[in-house]
Ligand binder design. Structure first.
Ligand code: UDX
Length: 432
């Protein structure tokens, strides 16, 4: 099939590439000329394991092409995926849909034959209705169908998540587009993915409800971890004991720092804003946001406790600063509040991240980047493990740290307390 992905950010580039790999002809469009030039030279703007190899393979096969010409690309395609950003508005907490509507207007003047227009970007309930209105101004309703097909890719696991999804959600109000899309996703359905057909509005809400529920699960276990710390219980026992109940499920029950990233913080805020519009109070999600906001303060309080409230001039090594492992994404990472706060209190911070130096910390006093684990932990009083990269999973602290008084604070529960204690260091973790 001939597909056009509008927006070559995370969702557009990954799904466009994966669709090409399934044998479709895909044009990835972006108005950013520099980005398209880089992509045409197989220069990938985002960090995602396995993506550059797959882009290169399909670009060479001519299954994947890049363009800045939206109108022509739409004319040449049968299915158009809108994959532009829907960030939180500068004022308020609702999603900024200006890019979605601008793109819809451009598509509107390029509908030369029947087209399916799909929102893959996360969009609030009724956005599809608005797109339909825009397109109807210039086109007969017989010439297009507006569908919602939310994407559930996790950064760092995006190709796997696309290829082996738990479910594919298609929200369409007509049979024709549903049949075409079932066919498009056929190769994934035959490998076991569940195909869920709903109304367009339901599909839009499924995405927000899913992300809000996952954020709730994480926040829930983080609060239980607080209780475990006070009662001498290992939170991992709780996660296992709860997770084996099929009604609960074991995933997303890992306690740690505040959740972050490009989706959970943004989508939890946006669903509340949508509900407000319809005069519905989503009190559970509101308290999840509040609890998550407070999470970094709680972990910082633990740092003060560990260091006997003496932070000034303490040398702290920070391992991993992105919002989780296997990504270079800093959006809403808890390190963005923790590192500046520690610096304000007089700590001297050396950080290392497998994805390199971060501009966000360039101007912060007493914060420097080191290009190896060894250099960052050298001479430290405290080592904070902030993300769960494999690089951090088998560090020989004994070899790297001469100061036996150095303390390890493992915010991702990578190590067992015994393993670190036998190396001669004091060890703290989360919820145990
Ligand atoms: C998320 C959703 O999972 C994906 O389906 C969606 O469409 C996009 O948003 P992503 O933001 O890439 O994906 O990361 P994810 O792996 O979901 O983690 C989000 C945050 O939750 C991270 O900060 C992570 O560290 C945290 N997390 C996750 C936990 O603290 N504990 C867990 O058990 C799982």
């Amino acid at each position: 099939m001939k597909l056009c992905m509008i927006g070559t950010g995370y969702v557009g580039l990954v799904s466009g590439t994966c669709f090409a790999d399934l044998g479709n002809n895909v044009i990835c469009v972006d108005k950013d000329k520099k980005k398209i030039k880089h992509l045409s030279n197989a220069n990938i703007p985002i960090y995602e394991p396995g993506l550059s190899e797959l882009v290169l393979k399909n670009y060479k096969n001519k299954k994947l092409t890049f363009s800045t010409n939206l109108k022509k690309s739409v004319k040449d395609s049968d299915i158009i995926f809108i994959c532009v950003g829907t960030p939180t508005k500068k004022k308020g907490s609702s999603a900024d849909l200006s890019q979605i509507y601008n793109v819809s207007k451009e598509i509107s003047s390029s509908i030369n034959k029947f087209k399916i227009i799909i929102t893959k970007s996360t969009v609030p309930v009724t956005t599809g209705d608005q797109i339909e209105k825009i397109l109807s101004k210039k086109n007969s309703k017989k010439k297009f169908s507006v569908v919602s097909n939310p994407e559930f890719l996790r950064e760092g696991e995006a190709i796997r998540d696309f290829t082996y999804p738990d479910r594919i959600v298609i929200g369409s109000n007509d049979k024709k587009s549903n049949n075409i899309l079932k066919n498009l996703y056929g190769p994934l359905i035959s490998k076991g993915a569940q195909y869920v057909h709903t109304t367009r509005r339901a599909a839009e809400l499924i995405k927000y409800a899913s992300n809000s529920f996952l954020a709730t699960k994480i926040t829930f276990i983080n609060e239980i971890a607080n209780l475990c710390e006070k009662t001498g219980i290992n939170v991992e026992d709780i996660s296992i004991g709860m997770g084996l109940d099929k009604r609960i499920g074991g995933r997303f029950l890992r306690a740690g720092p505040a959740y972050g990233g490009s989706c959970f913080p943004k989508d939890t805020k946006a669903i509340i804003s949508t509900a407000d519009k319809f005069k519905v109070n989503l009190s559970v999600i509101k308290s999840v946001i509040k609890s998550n906001k407070n999470r970094s303060n709680l972990l910082l309080d633990r740092v003060y406790e560990i260091l006997n409230k003496k932070i000034k001039n303490k040398k702290i090594a920070f391992l991993g600063v992105t919002f989780k492992a296997n990504t270079d994404d800093m959006r809403d990472s808890s390190s963005l509040s923790m590192i500046p706060t520690l610096s304000k209190k007089g700590a001297k911070i050396k950080y290392f991240d497998p994805t390199g130096l971060k501009d966000e910390f360039k101007k912060i006093k007493n914060v420097s980047y080191e290009n190896s684990i060894r250099k960052s932990v050298e001479g430290s009083d405290l080592v904070i493990i902030h993300t769960e990269w494999n690089d951090f999973k088998s560090i020989n602290f004994k070899n790297l740290i001469k100061n036996k008084k150095c303390i390890i604070y493992d915010m991702r529960n990578i190590y067992s307390a015994n393993k670190i204690k036998t190396q001669g260091f004091k060890y703290y973790s989360v919820g145990r």
